[in-house]
Ligand binder design. Sequence first.
Ligand code: 1GP
Length: 230
Amino acid sequence: MHMTLIDPEKQPAEDSAGIARTACEMGTDAIMVGGSTGVTQGNLDSTVDRIKNACRLPVIYFPSGANAIARKCDAIYFMSMLNSRNVRNITGEHWRGAPMIRKFGLETISMGYVIVEPGMKVGEVGEADLVDRSDIPRAVGYALSAEMFGMDLFYLEAGSGAPMPVPPEMVRAVRASVSIPIVVGGGITEVSHVSPLVSAGADIVVTGTLVENGGFEARLKGIVDAVHRG
Ligand code: 1GP
């Protein structure tokens, strides 16, 4: 699957809706909404509202904390940054947010989230103890931990805007070790990035930065088609 990440802080809600509509036309499978900084209940709610009116794809909230919960999304990633140095990102925002999530009746998708170098903004604000690009055993250990914790998904994140995606050989080793679906994101901007990641075993490919400037249609279509070809 291909998912398009839309950051509510990066553009007005109406523009986010336009991006979602176009991404839907280009064949993306779901919309993720979230960002590392600047997400407020206000910009989140208006963005999700507009996106839901603009396209029929599932919209999943990709949270950065309990300060804002997108109650109108179809689901929320209940995600733990397994390699954060700050317990707030592992379980702290969670005990704060869980009662609200339950009250809203939101579907949760549990996810182990691991930041691989360079990590970019999310690595910084998440106080991640970054996984070296060459430290495959550590990535595998986190993936096994996620599976043993009973998590639904495992996400290898290079950071939004990373100069290159996570190494395909890391994805391959994780694939060989766990059976839960693997999500990869961060730095995927070219069709040529996709096939090595998908053939290594990535189940879900996320792109975000790509759609932040106009004129992304052809490139996004190329990436979505490459994901679907496998
Ligand atoms: C960030 O993995 C996503 O969480 C998307 O990264 O913005 O680099 O596509 P990009």
